[in-house]
Write a protein that binds this ligand. Structure first.
Ligand code: GDP
Ligand code: MG
Length: 438
């Protein structure tokens, strides 16, 4: 994937001391190839490389002590810039209800994302109403109804005989009466963009004046996703984009091109089929993830959703100050069950990805072993692993029904992970402050 390619190229720079202009240009050629292979829009790649090269061959970089790392920082900066710099949030109407109109082609993930978004907004204290406007696809209304029940939010339909625009008008009236402060409208898609679809959407837009028109687009379709976004934006005008199926998008090209081509921000990313699999889109974190530096903050946020906020903040602090102990680790193992599939979590840990773990025995059975080993430690040992000497290791192995080798491995892995987490947390902080250290 793109992450691996870029990592390889940039690793060569990371190691070297002084850089020549030739070194930088060569690296940029490889970055360019990696981006094109990832299906990033050609013009976007050209502009990107020009910008990075211009900054990277400057005196400041070439004459600094760590030119390679400076170049990597520039690549990271520009990737972030490309995707919109800062996180773009949903805009709520100052005069409720807020109307969010979901548009997109058939199969993009509109109906699913309506449910995910409703859940997200519900967690923010909103009272959303899901509105069924796909009157063409058999069972589309039923599908939205099921989704609404799943996330326990209100649902509105008047069947498939009314016109979509009339359904919307009735839904707004209903929302006002029943105290729904957000409407999420699930519109019909088509296999391809056509006039009939656009006319229908334009009619809804003109009549109910949505607060946000949100395009739902399938990231796995690469360049097509970008073209679809461009067309919708020209004909309808968009306020934001939700990129779905990013969990299955191995290339990442659409995430990188779509903002640059349309000028419209990606507001959320769909990361799976479950209702909880929607994440706010953070350009800086996405850039770090593409560069393979892991994503400490996303990991923490994921934890936050299942643990409480205060606990997560403590955890973040502990990681930064390297006070993360076995006690915390055990806590994390237990919380993990609520956090989703292991592979997804592992992807977010710096320096790790699921593919790297293939062939290693980190499966759920391994986790049970790790848990047993930590459980056999005394509290004192958990808080200060440095006291775990030979005889203690033997006792722990006996107690957990494992071997001393198992115990050694867990302790060693833990120490390494802790160090790595700290490094990456520092790095992330460094990038944010624009420090030279990367
Ligand atoms: P619609 O036609 O635009 O309403 O699309 P649907 O909501 O019916 O979704 C089409 C398919 O894509 C369904 O099987 C969804 O489960 C799946 N899907 C939607 N979003 C995601 C996502 O973020 N990740 C994955 N893996 N699948 C998704
Ligand atoms: Mg649908």
């Amino acid at each position: 994937g793109l992450a691996n390619k870029l990592q390889e190229t940039l690793k060569k720079l990371r190691g070297s001391g002084k850089l020549s202009e030739k070194d930088v240009k060569e690296a940029m050629r490889e970055v360019k190839m990696a981006l094109l292979e990832a299906d990033v829009n050609f013009k976007v790649v050209k502009d990107f490389i020009a910008k990075v090269t211009e900054r990277a061959v400057g005196h400041e970089v070439m004459e600094s002590l760590t030119p390679g790392q400076q170049v990597i920082k520039i690549v990271n900066d520009e990737l972030t810039q490309l995707m919109g710099s800062t996180q773009s949030k949903i805009v709520f109407s100052p005069k409720p209800p807020t109307i969010i109109m979901m548009v997109g082609l058939q199969g993009a993930g509109k109906t699913t994302t309506c449910g995910k978004l409703a859940l997200n907004l519900k967690k923010q204290g909103k009272n959303p109403l899901l509105v069924a406007c796909d009157i063409y696809r058999p069972a589309a209304i039923k599908q939205l109804n099921v989704v609404a029940n799943q996330v326990e939010v209100d649902f509105f339909t008047i069947g498939d005989k009314a016109k979509p625009v009339d359904i919307c008008k009735a839904a707004v009236e209903h929302a006002v009466k029943s105290g729904n402060d957000v409407l999420i409208i699930d519109t019909a898609g088509r296999l391809h963009i056509n006039e009939e679809l656009m006319d229908e959407l334009i009619e809804i837009k003109e009549n109910i004046k949505p607060t946000e028109i949100m395009l739902v687009v399938d990231s796995m379709t690469g360049q097509d996703a970008v073209n679809v976004a461009e067309s919708f934006n020209e004909k309808l005008g968009l306020d934001g984009i939700i990129l779905t199926k990013l969990d299955g998008d191995t290339r990442g090209g659409s995430a990188l091109s779509i903002k640059a081509v349309t000028g419209k921000p990606i507001k959320f990313a769909g990361m799976g089929e479950k209702m909880t699999d929607l994440e706010p889109f953070y350009p800086d974190r996405m850039a770090s993830r593409i560069l393979g530096m892991g994503d400490v903050l996303s990991l923490i946020e994921k934890a936050q959703a299942s643990i409480d906020e205060k606990k997560a903040r403590e955890l973040e602090k502990k990681i930064r100050t390297q006070q993360f102990t076995f006690e915390d680790f055990l806590d994390q193992l237990q919380q993990m069950k609520n956090m989703g599939p292991l592979s997804q979590i592992v992807d977010m840990i710096p320096g790790m990805n699921a593919s790297k773990l293939k062939g290693m025995e980190i499966d759920d059975k391994e986790l049970i072993k790790v848990e047993a080993i930590i459980n056999s430690m005394t509290k004192k040992e958990r808080l200060d692993p440095s006291i775990i000497n030979g005889s203690r290791r033997k006792r722990i192995a006996m107690g957990s029904g494992t071997t001393i080798q198992d115990v050694n491995r867990v302790i060693k892995n833990f120490e390494q992970t802790r160090k790595m987490m700290k490094q990456f947390a520092d790095m992330e902080k460094g990038i944010k402050k624009g420090k030279k250290k990367l």
